[in-house]
Design a protein around this ligand. Sequence first.
Ligand code: ACO
Length: 331
Amino acid sequence: MPRTEFIATGFHVPERVVTNDDLAQLMDTSDDWITQRSGIKTRHWVSDGETGVTLAREASCRALANARMEPSDLDCIVYCTCTPDHFEPGNGVFLERELGLTDIPAIDVRNQCSGFIYGLSVADAWIRTGQYQRVLLVGAEVHSRGLDKTKRGRDTAVLFGDGAGAAILGPTDDPRRGVLSTHLFADGRHAEKLWVDAPGLAHDPYVSEQLLHEGKHRAVMEGKEVFKFASILMPQSVAVALRANGLTPADITLLVPHQANLRIIEMVQKVTGLRDDQVYVNIQKYGNTTAASIPIALHEAVCAGRLARGDVLIFTAFGSGFTWASAAIRW
Ligand code: ACO
């Protein structure tokens, strides 16, 4: 059975940069508070005319160009997002349309911060079994339009940013390379600890003035609980990935964690026992871009020459659900 390799990557963020000081003009917050608690200095927000799908299209076109491929070379799209442009259909078909394609499958993966690794797991299974050969895997989010930019929502509003990352995946016959394993986890007992309640068909009517008035359409989070579980479960997922492949922390060339919060990443690094140069961090520039954060960080790491053929790359993520996941890749 072939393994899945990353043929090329790409990413795109909106041009508009929003600093912590900009946020302090909108709500009762400060650069000091945001920097100390999260490490974030700036994030990118969409402007008029931009959507998750337009960001995903740009990231995908860059990945395709880096792969020297055309959209017509693709035979499947896996689109990971928790901030879809519309209630239905999913963003995958809109991206397919933007790429000028009409006859390949497009699946949406709704696993929030773990979305990219869940999507990778799906794509990897299809590639290894030969169902699809060239898969476009995208993580893209537009958080900015959904944030509560008042004091009520400031604990979450300062953390999230918009952006998209993409990877082109395909089979390799080289047994020493490619995706070694993916491990996926979920525990729905914590579903309401980080969620957007409405609009949703659990409500009748599923959208109403009252729901909007109560802010049920905003992401709300029990920040301390999220922090506590992420700090335990992300390192555990890394340990599972290492154990499954007979690796140790010393074997890791690069850990690309979901960029949730610098303090969480530091905790993962400490518990796993990694040096600074083994962990890729870019949250200071982009904030938390959920399903887009790993592919954006991966593309930057590749461009910065942080990965060479044969290196061990580990992904780990944790987020709403709770869901968490890891992947081990030999580059
Ligand atoms: N600016 C200024 N003050 C704020 C802000 C803000 N943006 N947000 C909250 N505060 C205030 C609170 O109102 C509170 O004030 P009070 O003491 O007068 O009541 C004070 O700061 C402390 O609030 P806490 O919620 O206790 O702050 P905490 O130290 O827990 O930090 C934070 C909050 C940063 C959200 C933290 O809990 C955290 O990092 N959680 C992890 C959340 C995360 O990373 N989520 C990302 C999504 S999930 C994922 O990707 C894994």
